[in-house]
Design a protein around this ligand. Structure first.
Ligand SMILES: CCCCCCCCCCCCC[C@H](O)CC(=O)SCCNC(=O)CCNC(=O)[C@H](O)C(C)(C)COP(=O)(O)OP(=O)(O)OC[C@H]1O[C@@H](n2cnc3c(N)ncnc32)[C@H](O)[C@@H]1OP(=O)(O)O
Ligand SMILES: NC(=O)c1ccc[n+]([C@@H]2O[C@H](COP(=O)([O-])OP(=O)(O)OC[C@H]3O[C@@H](n4cnc5c(N)ncnc54)[C@H](O)[C@@H]3O)[C@@H](O)[C@H]2O)c1
Length: 319
């Protein structure tokens, strides 16, 4: 399906004299123009929006047209909010901006037919190692030499995901924050095998998106989640012990610590299914660590299909 016009794919750089995807004459980072985003959920749609808004040609991939239609509707809604501020006094320029962004965005349910023209693949699908490995392993066989692969995983080791491919030097992490159009940070993650050129390309790409990148090692939780997850888990344990209501804990952290959302509001915003994937994964890797012990309350909500804002109910109700 095409949302807008798909421009003719141009290679980011000449394939002649290419060593590991980089020009041998000068080992410089690749220019990223054509981006494939896999996963049209909260994160993938946000990344696609920001990439299309900053001069990239973007294809958003998901498993069904229905999901992709919903993603595009969400992007249109978010663009309207952005334009309301950015073009407050120039509504026509705002409408033109939205039109141009949507022209740069296409959707597809078939990643294989898009990969040939992709300089960068950003994966933002379900937080499951096997599923991520399967998709990257399949695309690796079809992708051009120069194509860089990146995962937006919250909690999985980038090296484990990359191990399903033969391009360990052209594989890194790009960890965006939710909501992507508003959050300025991107964690750029290098594994021991990520080449300097790949890392520089990912740093540069993040800057072109208007974000502030920070460099991270491929360690559990990178920087933000290594600090955020224990805080959030401690909040749910405090609540489970009956030492504070979720409402009071949220108010306390907003008014006492200056956070824009309390831990329960933020959990509902992130998605309780994603959070459960994160905790279960860490618990499996480090079963003796009390820090990552699973939460009965969280497990119950997920088993009832209460996944937070996206399902209409989580810790709170949204209907
Ligand atoms: C307790 C349970 C325990 C369980 C254990 C948990 C462990 C695991 C947790 C780890 C999860 C990791 C997830 C991931 O890897 C990392 C993350 O992404 S963490 C999440 C980071 N994000 C945040 O912390 C968000 C914090 N919230 C905010 O910054 C703000 O609340 C908000 C989202 C920007 C919204 O602001 P509000 O003021 O609340 O609401 P408004 O609706 O008024 O919006 C303000 C302003 O922003 C514009 N806006 C908001 N969203 C969008 C959007 N999507 N697109 C475009 N514009 C948007 C809006 O228009 C407003 O503009 P204005 O009117 O002010 O001009
Ligand atoms: N939610 C957050 O706050 C947040 C923040 C940063 C990073 N992340 C990470 O980003 C990733 C996505 O999270 P999300 O919140 O956007 O999830 P989500 O559930 O909103 O979206 C995931 C999307 O991936 C699609 N998908 C699943 N398998 C697929 C496949 N094989 N091919 C194509 N599409 C597929 C699903 O249909 C869905 O639309 C996860 O790895 C998560 O850990 C999430």
């Amino acid at each position: 399906m095409s949302v807008g016009h798909i421009s003719t794919p141009t290679m980011a750089f000449c394939t002649r004299h290419v060593v590991r995807g980089f020009s041998s004459s000068a080992l410089r980072p690749a220019v990223i123009k054509h981006v494939m985003i896999i996963g049209g959920g909260q994160m993938g749609a946000g990344i696609a929006q920001v990439a299309a808004s900053t001069g990239h040609s973007v294809t958003l991939v998901d498993t069904s047209e229905e999901i992709l239609n919903k993603s595009v509707k969400g992007i249109e809604g978010s663009l309207k909010r952005v334009v309301k501020k950015k073009f407050a006094d120039k509504p026509e320029a705002g409408a033109e901006f939205i039109h141009k962004v949507l022209q740069s965005l296409s959707t597809s349910t078939h990643a294989e037919s898009v990969i040939q023209s992709s300089d960068l693949v950003v994966e933002a699908i379900v937080e499951n190692l096997k599923v991520k490995q399967e998709i990257f392993g399949r695309l690796d066989k079809l992708a051009p030499q120069h194509t860089i692969f990146a995962s937006n995983t919250s909690s999985l080791p980038i090296a484990d995901i990359a191990s399903s491919t033969s391009r360990l030097d052209r594989f890194g992490g790009l960890h965006f924050f939710n909501p992507v159009p508003m959050m300025k940070l991107v964690e750029v993650i290098a594994t021991p095998a990520t080449s300097q050129e790949t890392f520089d390309s990912l740093l540069n790409f993040s800057k072109v998106l208007g974000k502030t990148p920070v460099s991270c090692k491929d360690t559990p939780g990178f920087i933000v989640n290594r600090l955020l997850v224990p805080y959030m888990l401690e909040a749910v344990r405090l609540y489970e012990r009956g030492h504070g209501s979720k409402e009071d804990i949220d108010i306390a952290m907003k008014l006492g610590a200056g956070y824009p959302m309390g831990p329960f509001e933020l959990s509902d915003y992130v998605g309780l299914d994603t959070i459960k994937f994160i905790i279960d994964g860490w618990c499996e890797k480090d079963p003796g660590n009390p820090l990552f012990k699973s939460s009965e309350m969280l497990n119950k909500l997920v088993s009832e299909g209460k996944l937070g804002r996206k399902s209409g109910e989580g810790f709170y109700k949204y209907k």
